[in-house]
Design a protein around this ligand. Structure first.
Ligand code: ATP
Ligand code: MG
Length: 258
């Protein structure tokens, strides 16, 4: 699935009646299977953009489309992963993962099979009967990803999903996510504050300007292609191309001076 933004902009109105111009006119085309990372200063409209793509928010200007059709609301075909796992603590890991399928009327046997499959995919085999509060932060994020994968969405929207994790857990989840998104040919829209994470994961890195946000740099990442094979993150980080891209992307991020 592809998605396009045509002059999409957004202005919020706060409770006190003040208008906040969060997103400036934004045009974007993301092809099926692309992994797009978004970086930019805090408050520049990244989450606003993700909420528009998720269908949680109707932009006040322009049109956001999926496969040519305007987005009119949330859909299981666009799965969302947040920074903090919003799992239901009274349900087991498996029941959390099965929930979307249950809402869609999928039978119990298929739900169970799917849950087992995606839990194995995210490295949580055997944890189905645990309560979510028995899991570490990294395992909760894995559960959140499994819950999205269970629906087999074409597009995965992720808002700083690894931001709250320690470095080691983060690296493991990055490499697992890369493998899963490649194997399952998902289109991924991934927000992060880490330039390095954006370059490691993305086929493309978008840099947004301070509010009202717009895309000021659309940087392709093709380091692995240059080496003729997918480079593991540890190797990628040590290439001169990586350092060069990091400079270029970091240089395009303007500090928010508000
Ligand atoms: N519901 C809302 N009502 C009014 N203003 C809002 C609302 N949600 C967000 N904003 C404002 O819109 C701007 C963009 O917010 P957004 O959450 O999209 O930024 P962000 O780039 O995701 O920031 P961060 O990196 O800190 O998560 C901010 O100035 C924010 O205060
Ligand atoms: Mg945000």
């Amino acid at each position: 699935m592809s998605f396009t933004l045509e002059r999409v902009s957004h202005r919020y109105v706060t409770d006190s009646g003040e208008a906040v111009h969060a997103l400036a006119d934004t045009d974007l085309v993301v092809d099926p299977g692309q992994f797009v990372c978004v970086v930019g200063p805090s408050g520049c409209g990244k989450t606003t953009l993700l909420r528009i793509l998720a269908g949680f928010l109707t932009p006040t200007g322009g049109v956001a489309k999926v496969d040519g059709d305007p987005i009119t609301g949330p859909s299981w075909e666009r799965g969302v992963v947040f920074q903090h796992a919003n799992l239901f603590p009274w349900l087991t890991v498996r029941k959390n993962v099965e929930l979307g399928l249950k809402f869609r009327g999928v039978d119990a046997k298929t739900r169970r099979q799917t849950a087992e499959e995606v839990l194995a995919l995210v490295g949580l085999e055997g944890f189905g009967d645990h309560k979510t509060y028995e899991l570490s932060g990294g395992m909760q994020q894995r559960t959140q990803i499994a819950r999205v994968l269970a629906n087999d969405p074409q597009i995965i929207l992720m808002d700083e999903p690894f931001g709250a994790l320690d470095a080691l857990t983060r690296e493991r989840l990055q490499s697992d996510l890369l493998q899963i998104s490649r194997e399952r040919r998902k289109t991924v829209f991934f927000i992060t504050h880490s330039v390095e994470e954006a370059i490691i994961l993305g086929d493309r890195v978008l840099v947004m300007s301070p509010r009202p946000g717009r895309v000021v740099l659309d940087q392709p990442v093709a380091i692995s292609q240059a080496y003729g094979r997918p480079l593991p993150a540890a190797e990628l980080r040590n290439t001169p191309e990586f350092a060069e891209l990091r400079e270029r992307v970091s240089g395009a991020i303007t500090a928010d001076t508000r």
